[in-house]
Write a protein that binds this ligand. Structure first.
Ligand SMILES: Nc1ncnc2c1ncn2[C@@H]1O[C@H](COP(=O)(O)OP(=O)(O)OP(=O)(O)O)[C@@H](O)[C@H]1O
Length: 261
């Protein structure tokens, strides 16, 4: 039992847009100090669910409750940069959080191992540098909840595990909850407490090891995981598309830990 109240609670949330059922029957609780990873194929509704949890989209049915005054640090999937308006990293950080001093911007960058980038031009950053700057910006708000939408996009594999380790360290330092979206369970496993496997609804959930063996997870990702992770003799899909119907009667349909229910 976690003594502190949840940061966000979603109860039987569904969303229909333009006649399409994008999400259904989603129940999730996010708590302090827990790293929750949302995993699912392209189009599964991961970003849509983040938007619902953050209050940027209203559910068609069900409820989302957020702790009053909850401080959220959000790292978007990608950032559109207008190169006609040159901007330094420092300025970018200060725009994200008005009133932040140069020393605080520097400290935020130091924390993510990007201290040398304060005066760099945002437009010239490499993919990995940009992700670190976005993470520094999200963390500089001293959030109670860090929400990271595919934080390792554009980062090479070595850099990806480093970034996930950094996220775990930030959680320890800030004591915040973390909700992150990822395509690759095996990469995030070490830095994740709980996984929600999403495909319009929550197909399965639990500890990463447990989810990686769940029939519902394997139905979605069984033939897409990296070959070094297990032996098999079938074809690999490269698309990341839905591999088939989720046949998982008997798995629970919500994302709460058993002890939280
Ligand atoms: N405003 C909208 N109106 C109609 N459909 C939408 C809207 N926003 C998203 N969708 C659809 O909802 C589905 C889920 O989109 P979403 O971006 O949440 O998926 P995702 O799991 O984050 O995908 P990816 O892994 O590719 O980023 C997609 O089919 C998308 O086209």
């Amino acid at each position: 039992m976690n003594p502190s109240p949840p940061l966000i609670t979603a109860d039987r949330v569904a969303l229909q847009l333009a006649g399409r059922q994008l999400l259904r029957d989603i129940s999730v609780e996010l708590i302090q100090r827990e790293i929750v990873t949302l995993i699912g194929p392209n189009g599964a509704g991961k970003t849509t669910l983040l938007r619902l949890l953050l209050g940027l989209t209203k559910p068609t049915s069900g409820t989302v409750w957020r702790q009053p005054g909850l401080r959220i640090g959000y790292m978007p999937q990608r950032l559109h940069i207008d190169n006609s308006m040159p901007m330094s990293v420092q300025r970018f950080l200060q725009m994200g959080q008005p009133g932040i001093k140069t020393t605080q911007a520097q400290a935020a960058l130091d924390r993510v191992g990007a201290g040398q980038l304060l005066q760099a031009s945002l437009a010239n950053l490499s993919g990995g540098e940009m992700q670190r700057v976005l993470l520094a910006r999200a963390a500089s708000r001293k959030p109670q909840l860090l929400v990271l939408d595919e934080p390792t996009q554009g980062v090479d594999v070595g850099g990806q595990s480093e970034l996930y380790q950094l996220i775990a360290t930030l959680r320890d330092e800030l004591g915040c909850g973390v909700l992150l979206v990822s395509h690759d369970l095996h990469l995030v496993m070490a830095a994740t407490d709980r996984v929600l496997c999403l495909n319009q609804h929550i197909c399965c959930h639990g500890h990463p090891e447990q989810v990686s063996k769940d029939p519902a997870y394997l139905a979605l990702f069984g033939d897409t995981v990296a070959p070094y992770t297990h032996q098999h003799n079938h074809q690999h899909k490269l698309s990341g598309d839905i591999a088939g119907e989720c046949n998982h009667s008997g798995t629970k349909s919500n994302g709460k830990n058993r002890e939280q229910q």
